[in-house]
Design a protein around this ligand. Structure first.
Ligand SMILES: C[S@@+](CC[C@H](N)C(=O)[O-])C[C@H]1O[C@@H](n2cnc3c(N)ncnc32)[C@H](O)[C@@H]1O
Length: 290
């Protein structure tokens, strides 16, 4: 769920250097697992949205592999969704998922860079942007563009996240307690430099762009243990991606401990742990075009 930089040449450990395609694959897997593990939470957000009438046309900005698109199609059976993303691979995956769910005839995928000229998106009654606004170069400009695109009285739903979930107990692993927290602290420093809009308060920004914020919600997720098999894979792929951004900032001891967790052949593999949780938060804003 985040931008990763290529591994440093002096990286400790045996992980291969990943290119952009592999990077997109890694993100796609995390997005799919996120959708699977947090399906109920995402459904609770779509159910909460203060729509005045069931929307006929919805736009999902930075749709990824379709967590929001599919949830919205299920929530609003009369709606069609235009799903926009830069990644052709993500859009293809979304299309396959929609076909498997029998929903493909209600989805249009559009490959576009939202930092550039916008494609024709029609006049949706609902625009949804989940974990995507903070990726954009000039989100304030994007908020104005959404305002201009929405139908009168239309709703803009912004979902943002605190970051990757926490999966390990605080005292784990036994020889390096607090390891996951130190990884997150390093990631926060990395993001402060590379992704300044992550963690922003979108309420005032939405108001400045002409919206009326009608609702704001914090969803707290705290799952397991025990956990499903998908949680193990979610933890493995999230921490693998996190490693790509923070490896250089960790001590050699922490990196060794992290690599032991990520080594699926090791007795210390994260997949063998029975104490995993999913602890995270999602912030949601519902903003009306008035
Ligand atoms: C963290 S993912 C969130 C995906 C999805 N909304 C979800 O909630 O699972 C961020 C998405 O924004 C997309 N994205 C990032 N920058 C973009 C841009 N400039 N234009 C369009 N999409 C972009 C990425 O490709 C990625 O799919």
């Amino acid at each position: 769920m985040t931008h990763t930089s290529p591994h440093a040449a002096h990286d400790h450990g045996a992980h291969p250097v990943h290119g952009p395609e592999h990077d997109a694959d890694g993100q796609a897997e995390i997005l799919d697992l996120d959708a699977e593990v947090l399906a109920e939470h995402i459904a609770s957000i779509t159910a909460w949205l203060p729509v005045r009438a069931d929307p006929r046309h919805i736009v999902d900005l930075g749709c990824g592999t379709g967590a929001g698109t599919l949830a919205l199609l299920k929530r609003f059976p009369g709606a069609e969704v235009t799903a926009v993303d830069t990644s052709a691979g993500h859009l293809e995956r979304l299309q396959h998922k929609a076909e498997a769910a029998g929903l493909a005839d209600r989805v249009r995928t559009v490959q576009a860079d939202l930092d550039g000229a916008w494609p024709e998106l029609g006049t949706p009654e609902l625009v949804w942007a989940s974990a995507s606004l903070h990726h954009l170069a000039d989100p304030d400009r994007t908020l104005h563009q959404v305002h201009d695109t929405l139908a009168p009285d239309g709703l803009f739903a912004v979902v943002e996240l605190a970051g990757f979930p926490r999966f390990l107990p605080e005292d784990a692993p036994a020889d390096r307690p607090g390891l996951e927290e130190r990884c997150h602290a390093a990631l926060d420093r990395h993001h402060a430099e590379h992704m300044p809009h992550r963690g922003a308060d979108w309420g005032p920004k939405l108001t400045a762009a002409g919206f009326t914020v009608e609702g704001e919600r914090l969803i707290t997720v705290n799952l397991g243990p025990p956990h499903t098999e998908a949680v193990g894979r979610y933890a493995l792929s999230s921490l693998t991606r996190l490693r790509g951004s923070v490896a250089r900032a960790l001590t050699a001891e922490d990196l060794t401990a992290l690599d032991r967790l990520l080594d699926t052949g090791s007795p210390h593999s994260i997949l063998r742990r029975d104490d995993l949780t999913v602890r995270t938060e999602r912030s949601v804003w519902a903003a009306r075009r008035t």
